[in-house]
Design a protein around this ligand. Structure first.
Ligand SMILES: [Zn+2]
Ligand SMILES: [Zn+2]
Length: 201
C-alpha cells in the first residue's frame, strides 16, 4: 500500500475529499457474490495508486516528473464532482417525472433541466443540445447532440447514435452510481455495443 504524499493530502483536504472518498472513486473494485448469488463490485479500502494521488501507481516519472505538480489528481477531483452531480441530477429528474402519480412536477422538472444544462455546458462544451428524456440505444440518461466530424462522418463510440446531420452521444447512463461505477448489466451492454460497432465500422 502506497501512502499519499503531503501535497496530495493538502489538495484533498482543500477540496473536502477524504482519502477513503478518493479510494472509492479511484477505481479498484473487487467482485463479491452476495447470499442470493448476485455479483457486485465493492470498492477496495486501500490506496493502490501513486503517492501524488493518481490512480495509476506509476504516475511520478511517467505522467509527470518528480517534484512537478500532478495533473491527474485535480482531473480526478473534477471528474468525481462531475459524476456526483450527474447522479444527483438524475435522481432529481426521476423524482420530478414520477411526482403526482406520474403526472410529473413541472417546476421541479424545469429546475433539474437547468441544472443539467449547466452540467453539460461545463463538461461538454462542444455539445449542441442536450436531453434528459431521450433514450439512446435503449438506455436512459443524460445525452447531447453533436455536429458530425469535418468530413461529415460520425463516430462509432459506445452510446452514440446518428441524429440529424450529426449524432447523439450518451453522456451519463442510468444505473451509474455516485462514484461513476457502472453495473454489470451496463458493462455487458457497453461490451455488446462495442462489438456491434466493430462489426459495422
Ligand atoms: Zn497520473
Ligand atoms: Zn501524479
Amino acid at each position: 500500500m502506497t501512502k499519499l504524499n503531503s501535497e496530495a493530502r493538502r489538495i484533498l483536504a482543500a477540496t473536502g475529499i477524504t482519502v477513503r472518498d478518493l479510494i472509492a472513486y479511484g477505481g479498484w473494485l473487487k467482485e463479491e457474490t452476495d447470499a442470493a448469488g448476485n455479483r457486485h463490485w465493492v470498492p477496495e479500502t486501500e490506496w493502490r495508486g501513486d503517492e501524488c494521488g493518481c490512480s495509476d501507481d506509476r504516475c511520478i516519472g511517467f505522467h509527470h516528473e518528480e517534484g512537478e505538480e500532478c495533473g491527474c489528481l485535480p482531473a480526478t477531483i473534477e471528474n468525481r464532482a462531475k459524476d456526483r452531480e450527474a447522479y444527483s441530477i438524475w435522481q432529481a429528474y426521476r423524482t420530478a417525472v414520477e411526482a403526482n402519480d406520474g403526472r410529473g412536477d413541472q417546476d421541479a422538472y424545469d429546475a433539474v433541466w437547468s441544472r443539467a444544462e449547466t452540467w453539460v455546458r461545463r463538461h461538454y462544451p462542444h455539445a449542441l443540445t442536450f436531453s434528459l428524456d431521450t433514450v439512446v440505444k435503449g438506455e436512459r440518461g443524460i445525452s447531447a447532440t453533436y455536429a458530425p466530424f469535418l468530413d461529415g462522418s460520425i463516430p462509432s463510440y459506445v452510446g452514440a447514435t446518428p441524429e440529424g446531420d450529426g449524432y447523439r452521444q450518451q453522456l451519463w447512463t442510468e444505473g451509474t452510481d455516485l462514484n461513476g461505477h457502472i453495473s454489470h448489466e451496463r458493462a455487458r451492454t457497453m461490451y455488446r455495443q462495442g462489438e456491434e460497432n466493430g462489426r459495422t465500422g
